[in-house]
Design a protein around this ligand. Structure first.
Ligand code: NAD
Length: 436
């Protein structure tokens, strides 16, 4: 099939090459010229495992190309809308400017029968609003329909999740739309991914509900972790024990610095705002507590850092391991690690940050922090090491080797995943979160 992907960021770039990998002929369209130039040259503008390889492969097969010219999308059978829906500057709601603009710019080119498919995460009701809008602004001769196919990929596993998703959700208004989406994903469905076919509003709500649930699970264990800290209990043992119950499950029960990134925080806020607009202001108020618990983690880690350094931060050297909001990604949007780094610097500490992939993005957001060339460099002469993003290479650091470069052997493991015993036996004062 001929496919266009409008918006080639973390979601769209992967979706475009993913569609090519499924054998479709794809054009990726974005307003960001630098991004399009990089993608066109076979270089991913983001770090995502496997993306470069697929880009280079399909630059050769010719199945995918990238452009800033919407006219090149005109011939596609299916148009995926993958642009951003960030938090609006004036409040909690999602900023729909980019989605609306993408649809408005695309519409005049839709002169032949086609399906426009939203993938961005949007407030419920958006799909129907856009369907009405398309009917008004697409050429009268066209036969355009709209569907919603929310995306559940995880950054760090985005290629895998695109090609082998754990489920596909099709929000459709006709059998024809469903049949078209089944054709797009034929290989994925044959390989076993289940499909949930539903209406437009349900498909929009599936995505935000999934994110609200995941955020709730993380904040739940972090709230319990606050109690563990006071009582001397160990939240990691507690999570193991409750996680054995398969009604609960162990995933997303790691207490620590909490969630961040370009999705969960803004999605739960937008969901609350939408509930208010829909006349159900109380339905989701619990999410504001989920948000508050999560934000408290950042404050708590900064507080522990202060405690470890006897309340004296001015002039103290702190090594921050991690800048990305999660490992295996270079995404620093609403990064808990950078938030903590920034707080400590503002209180007078000298903060040196290292991240395996997110240095350039971090520098753009926090240019005043010091960025080290390696984890060892960041730790050199440090009074305290903060482990804030759980990259594998940080978990594998040798506490004995590090002991030789720091000023004082203090480590705060804000992701509770270093080998505490190994660090302690190398002479370190080890602090986890919610652990004795
Ligand atoms: N990143 C994820 O892990 C993920 C997962 C699932 C869903 N989502 C959702 O997908 C959407 C996109 O997220 P993202 O992380 O890829 O954002 P992003 O900021 O990385 O990418 C958005 C892209 O859209 C482009 N764009 C903006 N306006 C445009 C326009 N009018 N025409 C063409 N391109 C335009 C931007 O230049 C940018 O490249 C959001 O709604 C997000 O919530 C993201």
């Amino acid at each position: 099939m001929r496919i266009s992907v409008i918006g080639t960021g973390y979601l769209g770039a992967v979706h475009a090459v993913g569609m090519a990998e499924l054998g479709h002929t794809v054009v990726g369209v974005d307003v960001d010229e630098a991004k399009i130039a990089a993608l066109g040259a076979g270089q991913a503008p983001i770090f995502e495992r496997g993306l470069d390889e697929l880009l280079q492969k399909h630059a050769k097969t010719g199945l995918v190309r990238f452009t800033t010219d919407f006219a090149e999308a005109a011939g596609a059978d299916v148009h995926f809308i993958c642009v951003g829906t960030p938090q609006r500057g004036d409040g909690l709601a999602a900023d729909m400017t980019y989605v609306d603009m993408a649809v408005d710019t695309l519409a005049p080119y839709l002169a032949r029968p086609c399906l426009v498919v939203g993938k961005s995460t949007v407030p419920v009701g958006t799909a129907q609003r856009l369907a009405n809008r398309l009917t008004k602004i697409a050429p009268a001769s066209s036969d355009v329909e709209l569907a919603w196919n929310p995306e559940f990929l995880r950054e760090g596993f985005a290629v895998e999740d695109t090609l082998r998703p754990d489920r596909l959700v099709f929000g459709v208004s006709s059998e024809h739309a469903e049949a078209t989406l089944r054709e797009v994903y034929a290989d994925v469905i044959t390989a076993g991914s289940p499909v949930v076919v539903t209406d437009l509003p349900t498909s929009e709500l599936v995505k935000v509900s999934a994110n609200a649930f995941l955020a709730t699970k993380i904040s739940f264990i972090n709230a319990i972790s606050e109690i563990c800290e006071i009582t001397g209990a160990d939240v990691t043992h507690l999570a193991d024990a409750i996680g054995y119950d398969d009604r609960i499950g162990r995933k997303f029960l790691n207490a620590g610095l909490g969630f961040g990134g370009g999705c969960l925080p803004k999605d739960i806020r937008a969901f609350m705002a939408r509930a208010g607009e829909l006349g159900a202001p109380h339905a989701l108020t619990f999410l504001s507590e989920i948000d508050a618990i999560n934000l408290r983690r950042r404050e708590r880690v900064a507080e522990i850092a202060r405690e470890v350094l006897d309340g004296k931060l001015v002039g103290r050297r702190i090594a921050v391991l991690g800048a990305a909001f999660k490992p295996d990604s270079d995404d620093v949007r609403d990064s808990p690690a950078l938030n903590v780094a920034g707080r400590l610097q503002l209180q007078g500490a000298h903060v040196a940050v290292f991240d395996p992939k997110a240095m350039d993005n971090a520098r753009k957001v926090f240019p005043t922090l010091e960025y080290a060339a390696s984890a060892i460099d960041a730790c050199s002469r440090a009074d305290l090491i903060l482990h804030l993003t759980e990259w594998k290479q940080f978990r594998e650091l040798d506490p004995v080797e590090l002991a030789g470069v720091v000023s004082s052997r203090n480590v705060v493991d804000a992701r509770n995943c270093l080998d505490a015993d190994a660090w302690k036996s190398a002479g370190w004062t080890y602090r986890g979160l919610g652990r004795p």
